[in-house]
Design a protein. Structure first.
Length: 440
């Protein structure tokens, strides 16, 4: 392979642990600002709390298990690379497609939320137009360079975290435990299962940190620091946001607006109950809330570009997707194709359904990755593992069991969407077997 050919498929190493923390928290933090509260409508305070409890356990055990894989095999494909090495090409394709579905279908929902938010301040511009412009701007930023993209991500993530801390500081003095017990389980324990996708939304896409391992300086050390600090930060923010929001006036106060319609703005609803809409803290939370949406939107676009890039680089998708930009050394082709798919998804207007499909992809990715970890421990004990997951095999097994139960529960409560998701996998697997799958 000539130096120029190597350059076409090689990413720059520029990221340190602070940047990785910013990416890890940024991928996820929009889930604290919108969407999670709709799980209260399904399960009430107790139902969503129970679902969130088990999902937190899943993400903690999964994250440290996934870190072992990311440090041992620091490649842009993440779960795809791990599954190919441990389980073969067919399982690798399944894990890679699930990862692509998660990362490509989550951003359209966030883009629509960005559009709806800015439409409040610019009512003359349609929501959809703002969402499309957001795609163009942040895809362009990602093409310019991963360091510039990660630096921007770090800034907006820090602002978003500070805003959540301000919100919690303003809300917690009004916290009353009795508000957590009001109509706490409106639909029985089945509501806890129905609330699972919204509990996942608190942490969806944290695993995207692994997809930039190939662009990380000393990945065997820095991925562990960035990944570990990110998940711990997110767990703290999740608990603060959940308890301080519901504790003000009960779960219905952060689900329904004045007209009785389910709202995607739980934090402003909570502060409006305490201070009124004219208060400076209400205005601050409402105005800065955009940073949380931008952080996740921009960050997941970055991770999606790396996942699609690796699929193309190894030939599991058109080879053109696996080339990097000659000047910026970023996966520009993959980023542009993902943007096109995301904009098409935007025009369906089905944001809730798109989120659920992304969750199906995430859970499939988690299951395949944990099976790959366990298999690699048996088949490649000599593989250099700069970090080993604690309490093996308990951590990966716990993550595998909870993810499997969650996937079954989501299927039961979303049969049509589960059918669409499986249909996408079947069609793409058929293409894979007819083309790449035959190659030796």
């Amino acid at each position: 392979m000539t130096p120029s050919q190597q350059s076409e498929g090689q990413l720059n190493r520029t990221l340190g642990p602070l940047m990785l923390w910013g990416l890890g928290v940024g991928y996820v933090i929009s889930g604290m600002y919108f969407g999670w509260n709709l799980g209260l409508e399904k399960g009430g305070t107790l139902g969503l709390a129970v679902a969130t409890f088990f999902i937190i356990i899943m993400y903690l055990t999964f994250t440290f298990s996934y870190t072992e894989l990311a440090c041992a095999i620091p490649k842009a494909g993440g779960a795809f690379d791990y599954a190919v090495r441990a389980l073969g090409r067919d399982w690798g394709f399944l894990g890679g497609m699930a990862q692509n579905i998660e990362f490509i279908f989550a951003p359209p929902a966030i883009a629509f939320a960005i559009g709806a938010y800015l439409n409040i301040f610019m009512p003359g511009i349609p929501v959809l137009a703002i969402a499309v412009v957001a795609y163009l701007v942040f895809t362009g930023l990602n093409i310019l360079g991963v360091k510039a993209a990660a630096s921007f991500e770090l800034i907006v993530t820090v602002v978003a975290v500070i805003e959540l801390l301000i919100f919690s500081g303003a809300a917690l003095p009004a916290f009353e435990f009795t508000n957590l017990t009001k109509n706490a389980l409106p639909h029985g324990w089945s509501g806890a299962f129905a609330a699972i996708p919204f509990a996942i939304w608190f942490f969806l896409a944290i695993e995207g940190v692994a997809n930039v391992a190939e662009e990380t300086v000393n990945p065997q050390r820095n991925v562990l620091i960035g990944f570990g600090s990110a998940i711990m930060t997110l767990v703290v923010l999740c608990l603060l946001t959940f308890s301080s929001s519901v504790g003000i006036a009960g779960w219905e106060a952060v689900v329904y607006d004045a007209s009785g319609t389910a709202s995607d703005s739980p934090l402003p609803l909570a502060l409006a109950r305490r201070f009124g809409e004219g208060h400076v803290l209400y205005q601050l939370v409402t105005s800065i809330g955009l940073f949380g949406l931008i952080a996740s939107f921009h960050g997941i676009i970055l991770a999606a570009g790396r996942a699609t890039f690796e699929f193309g680089r190894v030939g599991f998708a058109p080879r053109g997707l696996g080339k990097v930009h000659g000047r910026f050394k970023t996966p520009s082709n993959a980023l542009l194709v993902n943007m096109g798919i995301g904009i098409i998804a935007l025009f369906t207007g089905k944001t809730g359904e798109i989120i659920t499909i992304a969750c199906f992809g995430a859970l499939t990715l988690y299951i395949v990755s944990m099976v790959a970890l366990i298999k690699l421990r048996k088949t490649e004990p000599q593989l250099e593992r700069p970090f080993k997951v604690p309490m093996y095999p308990a951590f990966p097994v716990v993550a595998l069991v909870i993810a499997s139960i969650a996937l079954v529960a989501m299927t039961v409560y979303n049969l049509l969407l589960a059918g669409i998701y499986v249909g996408m996998l079947v069609v793409m697997y058929g293409w894979f077997r007819l083309t790449v799958g035959r190659e030796k």
